[in-house]
Design a protein. Structure first.
Lengths: 331, 647
C-alpha cells in the first residue's frame, strides 16, 4: 500500500512539473501506460492475501483515477498556454494586401452592353446584329433620308465606295429587319458606329450605339416613353425621369430628342441622351406595312454615355485605349 | 442661329423673360444653346432643326413662340409683315430666268442712296451678334435676312450695264471672283446671276467682287430671290463654301417672302425704290393635308381635343377647316416639311407639349426577347475566356498597317483624313499587340473579339498571353492551347504555316484559325517578348461547327484506381499517336488519362523524351490492384509498338 501512495505522489508531482503536453504524455505512459508503474502494481495483486486484494485493487484504481484527473486538468492548462503561444507566434499583419485570384475581366463597355441586352431582352426585344460595313441604301435610303442630306457628306461619313460605308448609325438594321419580318416585332441591336469626326474628350470617330424599335398595333409616343423610362431606370436607377423635346430625324415623325434627369446623378439637370420617335410612315409603307393598322417607335443612344454618367468617366478616349489602370476600375 | 432679344421683341410682345422665351422655344424643338449679355444686348443662340429653314429667322421663331405661348402676341411690326401683299402686276423688266434652279427672282432698284457706315443701332446690333459692320447697304441685307430669313444681295447698278440680270446655268470654263476675293471655277449646273454676259454672283451662295457695293455706290439693285435647295447645295459643296445664304436656301426659304423682306429693307433704308421687278416661273402649288384629331391623340399617347388641334394649327398658320372627323389644313408657303398627317400630328404635339405624353408599357405579343442562337453561344464563349483569367480589350476598327496584319486584300477608307484611320483592321492581333505594349508588354493575358475585314466582314476572336498570367508559372504554347480548347472546344489541330508565327510552334484548323508563339522577328518588330503567344479564330466559322451537347453521364459508385507510367519514346512520335494507343489499349475501363510530365536530359536517350502519363481506371464493381496492373501492362505493351519503353 505504501507503494501505491508513493507512486501516486510521484505521479502527481511529475504531472505538476510537466512543462508541456509532450512531457505530460511521457508522464502518462510512465505511470498509467501498459507497462507504467501504477498499472504495474496490479500485476502484483496475485501475491497478496485474498482479503487484501479487494482493498489493494480499489486503492490502485483510486490512484489511477486521481492521476488521470490531474493529467486531464494539467493537460487542459498546458494546451491552453501552448495555443496562446502558438497564436502569438502565428500572428499576421492583417493589413497586408490580399492576393487576388486571377479572375479575368470584362471590358467596361461590354459590361454595359451585357446590361443593355438583359434589360431590352426582358422587355421582349430580340437582339439582332447587322454589318459594320454597311450599304449606303440601308444606312440612308431605307431610313427616309432625302438625297444629298448633309449627313451623307464625305467629311461626316467614312466611305469605302459610293455604295459602301462604315455605318453611321445602328438604325441601319431597321431596313434589314423590315425586309424579313412582318409586325408585330420588337428588335434591338448594339454595335459600333463610325463618324468622320475629330477626336477629343467628348467626340470619337468610333462609338457604340444601341438602337431599338418595335412595330405593333396602336403603338404611340406613350409606349416609347414607357419603354425608354424602363430602359434608363434599369441602367441608371429607379429615380431617373425622361423628358421629350421635339427634334428632327429623317426616320421618325414625330421625332424627339430625349433627356433624362436624376437627383442622384445630375442634380436635377436634364441631360440629353439620344433621338427617338414614331417610325416614319414613309418607311413603314416602303415595306408594305399598313400604317392605319400598325405604328412603331424607334430610339437610339450612345453606349459610352452610360458608364460616363454612372461612373463619371470624363474622356471618351479611355474606352478604346485598353489601359488596364482604367479597365480594372470596373471589375 | 444668333439674334438679340430686341430683334425678337420687335416682332413679339411677350410677358416672358429672355430665359423663359429660350425655354419655350426649346420645348417647341428649337433648343436654346446659349443666352448671354454683350454690351447691353441679350443674345440668343438657338439650334435650328435641319428641316425647318423657315425658323432660321427671327420671324420664324416669333411664330413658334406665339404658337406655343398664347400670351405672347405679334407686334404691329410683325402683323404688317405677315399681312403683307405683294404688289400686283409687276413686270419682269430687265430680268430673265434661264435656269431651272431659280424659282423666283424679285428685285428693287434704288437711286440716290448713300452707302455710308450704318446707323448706330444697326452697328450695335450686328456687333452684339459677333458680325463686323461693313456699310449700310450690306449691313441691311444681313439684318433683314436675320429678321425675315430671306437672303438678299445688293449689286452696284453703276457696275451693271443695262441694268440687266440673267439667271442661267454656268458655261464651261467660266470664272467668278466672289466677295471673299477667291476666283471660283464654275461648272455646268451651277446657277449663276449674270449681267447678260458674265457671271456676277453665285446664286444663293455669294455675290461677285466686280459688282460689289462700296462707299461710292449711289445706285443699287437689291436681289431677293428664291433658289432651289438642291442646286444651291450642289454648287456650294463642290466649291467647299458655306454661307448664311446657302445655309438658308439649302433648308428652305419662303418663296412668297421676297417682297415682304424687301419692303422691310426699303423702310429701314428710308428710300423708295425707283422701280421693282418680279419673275416667278415656278410657283409652288397649294398643298393641303388633313389630320384626324383622334389619330393625333392615339399616336401622341395623350388626349388632344379637336378644338385644341384646330387652335394649335391655326396659330402655326395652317388655317385648319373641319371636314368630317378631319381638319383640312393649308400648308403655308414658309413650310416645306409638312407632307402627311404624321407631320401635322407632330405640329399638334409640339404645341400641346410633350410633357403631356403618358408613360405606358407596350402590350401585345411578340416572340421571346433577348439573345438567341449564335449570339448566345458567343456570349458563353466570352464568359469562358474571362474564367480563364483573361482581360477583355476593345480597340479601334480603323487603324494603320501593322506587322501582325493578316495577309490579303484590305478594305480602305476612300478619303482618310489621317493615316491612323485609313485601313479597316483585318486581324485583331495588331490590336492586342498594341494593348500589350500599352500595359508594359509583360505578364499579360488579353483577349478581344469584334469585327475584322479580311476583306469580307466577319467576327474574330484573338488571345494574347505573355509571361506569368496566373501568378505561378510562365505561359507557354500549351497554356495557350489550353485556353483555346477551353474557349472553343477540342479540335483536330494540325500544323500551320502562318508567317507571323514561330514556324515550328503553331497549330490550327484550316478556315477556323490558329494559335502559337510569335515569330521572333515579328516580336522584334512589335517590341514584344519572343515568349508571346497569340491565337486568332474566325467566330463566324466556329459558330457553324457542331456544339457539344452537354449530356449527363451517370456517376459510378465504385472507386477509381490510378496507375502512372513513365515511358521513354522518340520525340518524333507525336503525342496524338501515343494517346490513341493508350485509349485503344485501355478500353472501356480507362475512364481518364493525362500527361503530367515531360522530361528530357540525363538518363534519357538522345532524341527521346520521357512522358509521364496518369491512367485512371474504373468499372462497375471494384477494380482490384491486380486488374489495374494488368490493364496498365496492356497499355505499356501496346505502346511498345510505337517504340516506347517503360522507364
Amino acid at each position: 500500500m505504501e507503494e501505491v501512495v508513493r507512486l501516486t505522489s510521484l505521479a502527481l508531482a511529475a504531472v505538476a512539473e510537466a512543462k508541456d503536453t509532450a512531457r505530460l504524455r511521457e508522464v502518462e505512459l510512465e505511470f498509467l501506460g501498459k507497462s507504467g508503474s501504477i498499472s504495474g502494481l496490479m500485476r502484483g495483486i496475485g501475491a497478496l492475501p485474498a482479503e487484501e486484494r479487494k482493498g489493494f485493487g480499489e486503492a490502485v484504481n483510486q490512484a489511477r483515477i486521481e492521476v488521470e484527473t490531474a493529467l486531464v486538468s494539467r493537460r487542459r492548462a498546458l494546451r491552453e498556454g501552448e495555443l496562446q503561444a502558438q497564436f502569438a507566434n502565428e500572428a499576421l499583419d492583417v493589413t497586408m494586401p490580399g492576393r487576388a485570384p486571377n479572375a479575368g475581366l470584362v471590358h467596361v463597355l461590354q459590361q454595359t452592353i451585357d446590361e443593355i441586352k438583359r434589360i431590352m431582352g426582358g422587355m421582349g426585344f430580340e437582339y439582332h446584329e447587322s454589318p459594320e460595313l454597311e450599304e449606303f441604301r440601308y444606312n440612308f435610303d431605307a431610313l427616309n433620308y432625302p438625297p444629298n442630306h448633309p449627313a451623307m457628306d464625305e467629311q461626316d461619313t467614312f466611305y469605302i465606295s459610293d455604295e459602301v460605308l462604315l455605318r453611321t448609325q445602328c438604325t441601319a438594321l431597321q431596313g434589314r429587319v423590315f425586309e424579313q419580318r412582318k409586325p408585330p416585332f420588337r428588335v434591338f441591336t448594339v454595335g459600333r458606329t463610325f463618324r468622320n469626326e475629330a477626336v477629343d474628350r467628348t467626340h470619337g470617330h468610333t462609338f457604340y450605339q444601341v438602337d431599338a424599335f418595335m412595330v405593333d398595333e396602336g403603338i404611340s409616343m406613350a409606349h416609347l416613353k414607357g419603354t425608354l423610362a424602363a430602359f434608363v431606370r434599369g441602367m441608371l436607377g429607379d429615380e431617373v425621369t425622361v423628358r421629350f423635346r421635339p427634334d428632327f430625324f429623317p426616320f421618325v415623325e414625330p421625332g424627339v430628342d430625349y433627356a433624362i434627369s436624376s437627383p442622384r446623378l445630375f442634380d436635377g439637370r436634364w441631360v440629353e441622351l439620344g433621338g427617338a420617335g414614331l417610325i416614319h410612315n414613309n418607311i413603314l409603307r416602303r415595306y408594305g406595312i399598313d400604317t392605319e393598322r400598325y405604328s412603331g417607335f424607334a430610339f437610339g443612344l450612345g453606349v459610352e454615355r452610360m458608364p460616363m454618367m454612372k461612373h463619371g468617366v470624363d474622356d471618351l478616349r479611355y474606352f478604346f485605349e485598353n489601359d488596364l489602370r482604367f479597365l480594372r476600375q470596373f471589375a | 442661329m444668333k439674334f438679340t432679344e430686341a430683334m425678337l421683341r420687335e416682332f413679339v410682345d411677350s410677358p416672358l423673360s429672355a430665359q423663359e422665351i429660350g425655354d419655350a422655344l426649346t420645348m417647341t424643338g428649337f433648343e436654346l444653346e446659349e443666352i448671354h449679355d454683350t454690351g447691353g444686348a441679350t443674345v440668343f443662340d438657338i439650334a435650328i432643326m435641319a428641316n425647318r429653314g423657315d425658323a432660321a429667322s427671327v420671324l420664324g421663331l416669333a411664330r413658334e413662340l406665339i404658337a406655343k405661348h398664347p400670351a405672347s402676341k405679334p407686334t404691329q411690326s410683325m402683323a404688317d409683315l405677315v399681312s403683307w401683299h405683294d404688289p400686283e402686276g409687276l413686270a419682269a423688266g430687265t430680268i430673265s430666268i434661264e435656269a431651272d434652279g431659280c424659282t423666283r427672282y424679285s428685285a428693287m432698284l434704288f437711286d440716290g442712296v448713300r452707302n455710308e457706315p450704318s446707323p448706330n443701332w444697326l452697328q450695335e446690333c450686328l456687333t452684339a451678334l459677333g458680325q463686323r459692320p461693313i456699310s449700310f447697304l450690306v449691313d441691311l441685307t444681313n439684318y433683314v435676312m436675320l429678321m425675315t430669313g430671306q437672303p438678299m444681295h445688293a449689286f452696284d447698278l453703276d457696275k451693271l450695264p443695262g441694268e440687266r440680270i440673267v439667271v442661267r446655268s454656268a458655261l464651261p470654263g467660266e470664272k467668278l471672283v466672289t466677295l471673299d476675293g477667291i476666283e471660283r471655277e464654275l461648272a455646268t449646273g451651277d446657277v449663276v446671276i449674270t449681267d447678260g454676259h458674265r457671271p456676277i454672283a453665285l446664286a444663293g451662295v455669294m455675290g461677285g467682287q466686280d459688282t460689289e457695293v462700296g462707299p461710292a455706290t449711289t445706285r443699287c439693285l437689291l436681289e431677293s430671290a428664291h433658289f432651289d435647295n438642291q442646286a444651291v447645295r450642289a454648287t456650294r459643296t463642290r466649291l467647299g463654301m458655306h454661307t448664311e445664304a446657302s445655309y438658308r436656301f439649302e433648308r428652305w426659304v419662303d418663296p412668297q417672302g421676297t417682297f415682304r423682306a424687301m419692303s422691310l429693307f426699303a423702310r429701314l433704308l428710308g428710300t423708295e425704290p425707283r422701280t421693282q421687278f418680279d419673275i416667278y416661273p415656278h410657283r409652288r402649288p397649294d398643298l393641303h393635308v388633313s389630320v384626324r384629331p383622334v389619330r393625333a391623340s392615339l399616336l401622341l399617347g395623350c388626349e388632344v381635343t379637336p378644338r385644341e388641334c384646330s387652335d394649335y394649327l391655326e396659330r402655326l398658320g395652317f388655317s385648319p377647316e373641319a371636314e368630317g372627323d378631319s381638319l383640312r389644313c393649308s400648308v403655308p408657303s414658309w413650310r416645306n416639311d409638312v407632307h402627311g398627317e404624321e407631320d401635322l400630328i407632330e405640329e399638334v404635339g409640339r404645341v400641346h407639349g410633350y410633357e403631356h405624353i403618358r408613360t405606358e408599357a407596350p402590350i401585345g405579343s411578340t416572340p421571346v426577347g433577348g439573345t438567341h442562337g449564335g449570339s448566345l453561344r458567343t456570349d458563353r464563349l466570352l464568359a469562358r475566356l474571362v474564367r480563364c483569367g483573361l482581360i477583355q480589350t476593345m480597340s479601334h476598327t480603323l487603324r494603320d498597317a501593322h506587322a501582325l496584319d493578316a495577309e490579303g486584300d484590305r478594305v480602305r477608307v476612300r478619303t482618310p483624313h489621317s493615316p491612323e484611320t485609313a485601313l479597316l483592321r483585318n486581324s485583331l492581333l495588331p490590336c492586342l499587340a498594341e494593348a500589350a505594349m500599352k500595359n508594359g508588354g509583360r505578364n499579360l493575358g488579353l483577349f478581344e473579339f469584334g469585327r475584322v475585314f479580311a476583306p469580307a466582314e466577319r467576327v474574330s476572336l484573338a488571345v494574347l498571353l505573355t509571361g506569368c498570367t496566373d501568378g505561378t508559372s510562365e505561359a507557354d504554347f500549351f497554356t495557350m492551347k489550353g485556353v483555346v480548347e477551353t474557349a472553343l472546344g477540342t479540335q483536330e489541330w494540325t500544323g500551320t504555316s502562318d508567317p507571323r508565327f514561330h514556324p515550328t510552334r503553331q497549330a490550327g484548323v484550316a478556315g477556323l484559325g490558329l494559335f502559337g508563339q510569335i515569330h521572333p522577328l515579328v516580336a522584334e518588330q512589335c517590341d514584344l517578348a519572343p515568349t508571346t503567344f497569340l491565337a486568332e479564330f474566325d467566330l463566324d466559322a466556329w459558330l457553324t461547327t457542331a456544339e457539344h451537347g452537354e449530356r449527363f453521364r451517370p456517376l459510378s459508385r465504385h472507386p477509381a484506381v490510378r496507375r502512372d507510367i513513365a515511358i521513354e519514346v522518340l520525340k518524333s512520335v507525336p503525342y496524338r499517336d501515343i494517346e490513341a494507343t493508350v485509349v485503344q489499349a485501355g478500353g472501356h475501363d480507362l475512364e481518364a488519362h493525362w500527361l503530367f510530365d515531360v522530361y528530357e536530359g540525363p538518363g534519357v536517350s538522345e532524341g527521346a523524351h520521357s512522358l509521364a502519363i496518369a491512367l485512371l481506371f474504373r468499372k462497375d464493381g471494384n477494380f482490384t490492384d491486380e486488374e489495374a496492373n494488368r490493364a496498365r501492362d496492356g497499355i505499356v505493351e501496346a505502346l511498345q509498338g510505337l517504340g516506347a519503353r517503360l522507364r
